[in-house]
Design a protein around this ligand. Sequence first.
Ligand SMILES: [Zn+2]
Length: 197
Amino acid sequence: MITLPPALQQLAAALGKLPGIGRKTATRLAFHILNAAPQEGEELARAIMKVKADIRLCPRCFNFTEDELCLICGDDRRNQKVICVVEDSQNILLLEKTNEYKGLYHVLGGIISPLDGIGPEELHIKELLQRLEGVEEVIIALNPSTEGEATTIYLSRLIKPQGVKITRLARGIPLGGSLEFVDELTLGKALQTRSEI
Ligand SMILES: [Zn+2]
């Protein structure tokens, strides 16, 4: 059996850890990088290092940022009285694409999932509660999975006593589904027709 040189094997193994990349594709990509012009490989390596070195979490909403505050928290034209709670930063991108929302966000960094050992303390819930002064509405935009539902109920129980209106995305997002697979129009509509909980 012919084996690849160790360096190439290592690259293929690293690429194979990426989501959606199987062993075959990983090997093909590794060969592509090997055969590409030197600067192409360097560019890729530099971009990866830069992302890891320069991007950190916004201290207010936990979105990714290269600056002190993220682009959304730093934009005072956005409605400071509404916070939309999402599971991760990728969901911010999805909601921004709908062009329906002009408020702020709060990234939980996951959802409550006892089976995976993720309790409320592992998420940015405490920091959310500390941001509620002057806030009129919190929109909970979590995936409609069992864990997403449980987290939504947990959050609403904590936030409601503070006199803040809590809404959630309208139905129309398939139950058990993921926001990632909902088209922009449906997601925008779900945001528009959100309901109070
Ligand atoms: Zn932010």
